[in-house]
Design a protein around this ligand. Sequence first.
Ligand SMILES: Cc1cc2nc3c(=O)[nH]c(=O)nc-3n(C[C@H](O)[C@H](O)[C@H](O)COP(=O)(O)OP(=O)(O)OC[C@H]3O[C@@H](n4cnc5c(N)ncnc54)[C@H](O)[C@@H]3O)c2cc1C
Ligand SMILES: NC(=O)c1ccc[n+]([C@@H]2O[C@H](COP(=O)([O-])OP(=O)(O)OC[C@H]3O[C@@H](n4cnc5c(N)ncnc54)[C@H](O)[C@@H]3O)[C@@H](O)[C@H]2O)c1
Length: 467
Amino acid sequence: MSQIVIIGGGPAGYEAALVAAQLDADVTVVEAEGAGGACVLSDCVPSKTFIASSEVVTGYRDTEEFGVHSDGLEAVTVDARTVHERVKRLALAQSADIHTKLVKAGVEFVAGHARLGEDTLGHTHRVIVTPAGDGVEYSIAASTVLVATGATPRQLPTAVPDGERILTWRQVYDLPELPEHLIVVGSGVTGAEFASAYLAMGVKVTLVSSRDRVMPHEDADAAMAIERVFRNRGMSILNNSRAEAVRRVGDGVEVVLSDGRQVTGSHALIAVGSIPNTADLGLAEYGVELARGGFVTVDRVSRTNVPGIYAAGDCTGVLPLASVAAMQGRIAMWHALGEAVRPLRLRTVAANVFTDPELATVGVSQDEVDAGKTPARQVMLPLSGNARAKMDDLADGFVKLFCRPASGQVIGGVVVAPKASELILPITMAVENNLTVNELAHTITIYPSLSGSITEAARQLMLHELE
Ligand SMILES: Cc1cc2nc3c(=O)[nH]c(=O)nc-3n(C[C@H](O)[C@H](O)[C@H](O)COP(=O)(O)OP(=O)(O)OC[C@H]3O[C@@H](n4cnc5c(N)ncnc54)[C@H](O)[C@@H]3O)c2cc1C
Ligand SMILES: NC(=O)c1ccc[n+]([C@@H]2O[C@H](COP(=O)([O-])OP(=O)(O)OC[C@H]3O[C@@H](n4cnc5c(N)ncnc54)[C@H](O)[C@@H]3O)[C@@H](O)[C@H]2O)c1
């Protein structure tokens, strides 16, 4: 029987374990924090649960427009303790569900730390396990090892989090109350999502963005549309501003920018990216190739350069999404256990930023098209022309669609809208299944619906024979 040891129990690790167990391997998962990993316990799941509370507050905005009288947003109060308790409760419940699923599948789940042992045993690897608590270190022999150790918030040496005023995104749920004035340092996806949620909850928010716009890696039209919404709702956004240092001053914090300006607030959230958890695993000593920044180098079936050692998820830096981590983990096991496997394809991975409004993307990007890397025709339809959007008083947002110039094959899209995470699916299915804009355009959508704008965009891209 194949002996599989998986280091890390996040989406990469636990999805891999489920596949390996299904294929009758003997599987051990060693996890330091809890089943579900950082994704479930401190990153994705908690942040989205927190955002769900912010969306409830948003429901009270602009009610007068609909003829509904309320005392306005000022009368809505958010009980941070209750919100945070809910966040932690849901995360722990999700972790417990995953643990149960793993145990039921026959996976051995070990709470503790693991690293690669120094000597190989012929074709077998050795993993050293340090169990949590007072357990004694021991080693396990494995025919296959999957490194799925995730990543940790990057720290700036001049802005060290203290858990009270200077925070990582993993510490915000321990605050006894909402910040009065939150300075978010870093306007990537993480910074933008938290800035959006706190703003909705009535917190004064300043967003320190080192680039000329928020979310520099996202579609520029979409990022700028969301930046406009943020500004209109009162967020202060400091573009082209790099935080040099963050320090405690009295009852608050002071953020010093690289041009010498200073911004003061009650709390600072440091969201300047993540670093892979690969330092203490004995990888280099084992001969496993690491790329710049400490990411494990893998191919499209999750193999490292050392036979029998695979890696998946955020520790590889391929595309830091839970969905991609899970697929890399599954692919590793299919490959290791001799199943037919399709190498990882990133072209059809949909991604969503959970700001208000949301920003969802799939397929080719505007940058690739503009740079001439991918020839495409495109259309961008503002939601303001959509009947349902008018009823819901949605002025912001759009649907953008890209197709191949001659065949009309759908190759990508962008949606900025409430619940764009749900609206992107038809475009993702079109990209995945090589559908053309004609096929999309002939799909009858619900009237009135926001998804009607997707088929409308496809209709605008149809080529007419007589043209
Ligand atoms: C704030 C935030 C929000 C996000 N929201 C989303 C989202 O909405 N959708 C989405 O798709 N992605 C989201 N992501 C990204 C997503 O969380 C990651 O892509 C995902 O967690 C990666 O899974 P993983 O299995 O690689 O690692 P992780 O989930 O980080 O799990 C790795 C685990 O390995 C453990 N570990 C590390 N070293 C060892 C060791 N030596 N021994 C034992 N265990 C070890 C760690 O403790 C950790 O629990 C978000 C990220 C952040 C930061
Ligand atoms: N909804 C989701 O799926 C979701 C949510 C959060 C994160 N993620 C994943 O995590 C990845 C990483 O996102 P992220 O936002 O955590 O990190 P990031 O690296 O994408 O963004 C960090 C930002 O901070 C800026 N920065 C760095 N130092 C700075 C300084 N001193 N002052 C001001 N700004 C500074 C960087 O220029 C960068 O724009 C994303 O690409 C995404 O794949 C996904």
